[in-house]
Every structure is written in structure tokens, then in C-alpha cells.
Design a protein around this ligand. Sequence first.
Ligand SMILES: Cc1cc2nc3c(=O)[nH]c(=O)nc-3n(C[C@H](O)[C@H](O)[C@H](O)COP(=O)(O)OP(=O)(O)OC[C@H]3O[C@@H](n4cnc5c(N)ncnc54)[C@H](O)[C@@H]3O)c2cc1C
Length: 500
Amino acid sequence: MRAPKHVLVIGSGLAGINAALLASDFADVTLISKSSLEQTNTQRAQGGIAAAITLLDDPEIHAADTIRAGAGLCDPLAVATLTSEARAAIDRLVGLGVQFDQRTDGHPALATEGAHSIPRVLHAGGDQTGLHIQSALIQRLEEARVNVRTGLTVADLAIDAGRCVGAVTDKHETLLADAVLLATGGAGALYRTTTNPANATADGLGLAARAGAVLRDPEFVQFHPTALVGDDSAFLISEALRGEGAVLLDANRNRFMPAVHPDAELAPRSVVARAITESMRAHDSDHVWLDISHLDADYLQQRFPGVYRGALERGHDITGGPIPVAPAAHYHMGGVYTDVDGRTTVRGLYAAGECASTGAHGANRVASNSLLEAAVFSARAVNAIRNHSAPADQPTGVVRSLRLHPHCSAPTFKSLRAAMNQHVGITRDAHGLKSVLSQFDEWSGTSSSDPSLALATLSARLITEAALQRTESRGSHIRLDYPDVDPAWQRSSLWQLARE
Ligand SMILES: Cc1cc2nc3c(=O)[nH]c(=O)nc-3n(C[C@H](O)[C@H](O)[C@H](O)COP(=O)(O)OP(=O)(O)OC[C@H]3O[C@@H](n4cnc5c(N)ncnc54)[C@H](O)[C@@H]3O)c2cc1C
């Protein structure tokens, strides 16, 4: 069969550029990004990328760690694919020009992060892994035969007889393609306090929903335990600091994590974020403290140059004493349902990276597995595109159909973010979730000239509906009115917009 001629990639992070480069071997590729090429979650990644590459490690151990943290919702096939293809993904990144940090003996320097039982996190530039990956990708993109369009927002997908045939931009331009890959990144900027850039507004979820694709587990939003307290654009203090021995202290400067979990500060993120929230509530404080100042100052500056400088610019010195931190919206485990080949349930439509839900992270993502997911599954999606694959099989389980107006909009991002922060954040309950849903109902007569705001409103609504529906606490989804894990809920939630 002839390979497709035109491929449209939406997004310029690791998933998007990696896919565009691979697809340019056999097709005319257009890559669209709504901002500059660099304004991505990828660029901000600090800690690194996980891969079992030493003799002491094994993809099966990496898979077991991932599944343990995923709170019963990981898809074993997706996890096995992720971990077994990790070495090849690292080799590809090195081939594209990413220089991972090395020890003095020339072997890769590997860090430990929460829920990894073995040091397996490769990093670059100390704590500037994302910056190094993004720069290498952009350099290769400049050399490749890819039509790059920045400052252009995809407002809708073009669907013809159930098949995705392209996309419509905010400039009312229709771009036709044989295959479209969503690589639109995360959902953090649906919240007021987030580590993500302002353009991370879950557009991919909304676009896929409108196209009739099945979505999975939108309620699972990860809040990173340790973002610097200061402004709403929360500067991330990488988990790798806790990997190097940083401890969390409550308002009275007492360490509290050892009493919460055997792995203390390196417990899964949802456990640490919840413990921090409870400590803040108990002490009526907007932060706890993170202290790594017992380590040598020169070592800290060299191992964490980005965090050191970023914190200093905001008035805090990690080498001088504890710094104030609190959880912030960080990563979306839920997303557009795909199989392990990046296929959605809509013909011609693929998704990879943070906007996709492969099932690899379950209810709680392990640190440094998401860059890996973006690298592994974007490559697999391109293979599927090349082979003109059929859409993904319908997932097993009940798909809940939602009748929503797909184009209504919050009046402003500010009002949307305030509602999400207040009631759909790290802890939720029915009362708060229902109040946000009433707010959405009030907004249903409003439409916006900003296509991203309309997509963000739809995505936020899907997250809220799913959070109300899941009447238990699991992984990153913590219901104050249903505090326990309910074995009956050990399944993904699947969603689809009802046809008009
Ligand atoms: C502060 C921070 C630190 C992190 N640290 C790590 C780490 O150490 N290790 C790790 O594994 N993960 C880390 N993550 C997570 C990881 O960086 C992301 O999950 C991953 O980079 C996502 O890549 P992506 O290609 O899917 O999306 P992104 O890199 O976010 O790219 C999304 C792209 O989509 C474009 N886009 C969105 N909507 C539209 C639209 N409607 N039209 C056109 N373009 C659109 C955007 O402009 C952007 O180019 C971190 C995240 C953050 C925020």
C-alpha cells in the first residue's frame, strides 16, 4: 500500500517534532504550533527521562514500578511497550543530538526519582533535560523537509464521513491531510496555579471530543507536590531534589513524610501531594518547606543549575535553607484514548504525548515516564500512519455518552481557571464539582472568538464530569466525600460526546 502523502502534526513538543521528523521520510508534513516552537511542556522538563539501561535494571522492573504507582489502572500492554522500547527511544534522542549527562567513567549519570526502585533517570544539563531535548529537536526540524507553521491554533478537526481529513485553524484555513496527529500536550493551564506554560489548555482533548473520539480517564490530573510558592506560574522544584535527599518539613519545621509512607519523600506523587495538602490545611499555611541545604552548595549549583537559578531569581536560595513549596497542576494522565500504536477511535486521527491516554500511567504517573511516553508512542504512531492503519478497536468497558454543547465557552480564561482551581483541584467533593458544573451550564449560552478558550472550556467540563462520576479516591483523584479506593472502580472511565 502507498504511504500517505500528507501528514498534519499539531504540536511542537517532543511528541510532535519527533513524529514530524519521522513522517518526513515518506510524506509531506506540516507541523502547527499555536505559540513559538519552544513554548511547550517539553521545554520545561527538568528531572529527566526514565529508561532501564544498566545491567542492574530491566524493562520488567521499570514496568513493575510503573504499575505499582499507577494505582490499579495501568494498561499492562502499554506499560510493557513503554518500558521495553525505552532504550531505543534514548538511542534515537542521542542520534538527534541530545547529550545526556555522563559520569566521569563515561557511563550515563542516572538519577533516582519517586516510585523508581532503581536509579534510571537520564538527564541533560543537570536539571535542564527538556531544554536540551527541545533544542536538539528544533535544530533537526530546521534541517528537515517539514512545513512549520507557528502562531497558528487548530480550532477544529475536519471530519468527513467519520474520517479525520485535516484541521481548521483560527485563521479559518482548512488544511487537508491523509492523517492527523494530535500532539497538543497537557492540561495544566486549565488551572490558576500550574507548572505548565499558559498554552497548555488541553486543546487536544476538546478537539478529539468534538470529532467523536473516545476519551479516557479525564479526571486524572496530576498535581506536582513541589512547586515554588510565589506566583501562579508555579516554578517547578524537580522531584530529583528529593531523589538527592531533600526533605519536606511542615510549618513547625518537622519532617512529616516518614510517618505517611515507607518511601517517605519518594512515595508516589499523589501520596506526597496529598500529605502536603493535609499538612498545609492542618497548619493553616499556603506552603510546606523543602530543604536540601545539608548538601554542598557547589554540588547543588552544578547538579541543579536550572532550579538553583530559577529559585534565586524568585528570591529563594536552595543552598541556604528550606524554600516554600506547594502542589500545582502539572500533568494530565487522562486524555484521548489511543492504543499502543497511537490510533484513536476515529479513522485518520492519531494522538501521542501528554494529550493521549495510552494507559501507561494509570491513575498516577511516575516521574520521568512522560518524556519517554512522548518519544516511544509518537514513533509508533508514525509507523501506524505509514501503514494506513484502521482506527483503534473500541475499548472494552462502558463508554459514557455526554450530551454537551461542544462550542460553548467560559467568558475568560481567568474565570475558568479560578473555578477549576477551587473545586476540581487536588481534592474534590460532589458539592464543589456540582457547583462548577452549574457554572458551565450558566456559560452554555456564551461563545468565544478565542478557539482555545472554547476548547479549554469543553476539556475542563469533561474533567469535571468525570471527577464527579468517579466516586472513590484513587491515584491523583482524591474525593473528600469518598476517601477510600473502591475495588468496583478499578477501571478506566471512558467518555464520548453524543452526536448532535
Ligand atoms: C515544569 C515541568 C517539568 C517536567 N519535568 C518532566 C521530567 O523531568 N520528565 C518527564 O518525563 N516529564 C516531565 N514533564 C512532563 C513532560 O514535559 C510533558 O508531559 C511532555 O513534554 C509533553 O510533550 P508533548 O509533546 O506531548 O507536549 P508539549 O511539549 O506540551 O507540546 C504541546 C504543543 O502543542 C501545541 N498546541 C496545543 N494546542 C494547540 C492547538 N490547538 N493548535 C496548535 N498547536 C497546539 C503547543 O503550542 C505545543 O507546541 C514536565 C512538565 C513540566 C511542565
